[in-house]
Write a protein that binds this ligand. Structure first.
Ligand SMILES: Cc1cc2nc3c(=O)[nH]c(=O)nc-3n(C[C@H](O)[C@H](O)[C@H](O)COP(=O)(O)O)c2cc1C
Length: 364
């Protein structure tokens, strides 16, 4: 099969495996269960009056929620991107598209990404490309095409060394990465976001990116979707037993989401920080915001909703998340997201141990 056919087949496999199989880290969690807001029964707010609006990439959002980049490159992906686009446009949220590598290889697939922008003309949309493609050599024209394709408000560069290492056809070679990130920031017409894809982020890696000029980090923390599990399932289906076993070994690899936020904040106190990876409710999002995130991102639950119920199901899910974030503000007596960042919390158990052993600090 040619390179293009392979990319396309892989995209379909990723979607179908993600929606139909159990692809979350089997034992690892986000550690958000060790963060507890202190309930404030003597609040003097009303649930309707709490304000969760924010500004992201220069655009006003009704809540600090985005749908993380997942797909593109096939007709099914176009449908999913359109469904997500419709939902975020109506609700005033943001979204990313999946890796646009397929469209760089074959321009006839551009429509599968553009579907998002057509459905969401006024929402922030984030373009997406992988670090492997960057390291192997993108041209300035490629970068401009990625951005123009979806009239992107930002460009996400995804770091997925775990997936590259355990994927049968992976390209695990990041030599020269930081220099290339610097170049990308220079040539990109829009701000560059560096994102992980579910194995999390560390203080050391944040430090390496310190002087590159990036505009944001999406920590893509561990505890939710595990690409090692997805690749193990693919390898099993391809009859690649040893590769499948190696992928399973790393199923729980990574820095849990809650720890990833604190790790990155230790280096970048002000940078826009997006928390994705294992968020499964609006309360999870509120905890991530309290730990220092500016935005909360959801992937797996959204693609499942889009696959099974289209735009209506995605809207319903995202409305639920917004409502749950608002409830967290109400119950912590927080009028706005700024207040939530100072709301009293208790942090205990494994997250406290992580904080202590890494010499981190809790904000607020
Ligand atoms: C089916 C699927 C495809 C994905 N494809 C991409 C991708 O192309 N680029 C990317 O940066 N992240 C990709 N991701 C990673 C997500 O953006 C997110 O970081 C990760 O799934 C963790 O969030 P979750 O636990 O809410 O799923 C993908 C996730 C899923 C589930």
């Amino acid at each position: 099969m040619d390179c293009r056919g392979q990319t396309e087949r892989r995209k379909i496999e990723h979607i179908v495996i993600a929606v139909k199989e159990n692809v979350e880290a089997p034992h690892k969690t986000t550690l958000l269960e060790y963060v507890e807001f202190v309930h404030q029964p003597a609040t003097q707010l009303s649930l309707d009056s709490v304000d969760v609006s924010t500004v992201f990439l220069g655009k006003k959002l009704s809540a600090p929620i985005l749908v993380s980049g997942m797909t593109g490159g096939t007709a099914l992906a176009a449908k999913i991107n359109r469904a997500i686009g419709e939902a975020v446009e109506e609700l005033g949220l943001a979204m990313g598209v999946g890796s646009q590598r397929a469209a760089l290889e074959d321009s006839s697939l551009e429509y599968t990404y553009r579907a998002a922008r057509e459905a969401a003309p006024s929402s922030p949309i984030i373009a997406n490309i992988g670090a492997s493609q960057l390291v192997q050599g993108l041209s300035r024209e490629d970068v401009e095409r990625l951005v123009e394709m979806v009239e992107a408000d930002a460009l996400a560069l995804h770091l997925n060394p775990l997936q590259e290492a355990v994927q049968p056809e992976g390209e695990a070679d990041y030599r020269g990465l930081i220099e290339k990130v610097r170049w990308l920031v220079e040539v990109s017409p829009v701000p560059v976001i560096v994102k992980e894809t579910g194995a999390g982020f560390s203080r050391e890696s944040a430090e390496a990116l310190r002087d590159t000029g990036i505009a944001a980090i999406d920590v893509g923390g561990a505890g939710g979707t595990s690409f090692s599990v997805i690749e193990a399932i693919r390898a099993e289906r391809l009859g690649l037993e040893d590769e499948a076993l190696s992928a399973r070994v790393y199923a729980d690899w990574g820095v849990p989401l809650a720890a990833s936020i604190l790790e990155v904040r230790a280096v970048f106190p002000e940078l826009t920080l997006i928390a994705t990876g294992g968020l499964r409710s609006g309360l999870d999002a509120a905890k991530a915001l309290r730990l220092g995130a500016d935005m909360a991102g959801y992937a797996l639950p959204v693609i499942r909703a889009a696959y099974s119920g289209g735009a209506e199901a995605v809207k319903r899910l995202l409305k639920r998340y917004i409502r749950e974030v608002k409830i967290a503000l109400f119950l912590t007596s927080s009028r706005s997201l700024g207040d939530l960042k100072k709301a009293p919390i208790v942090v205990w158990g494994a997250l406290r141990e992580w904080i202590e052993s890494r010499g981190l600090r809790l904000p607020g």
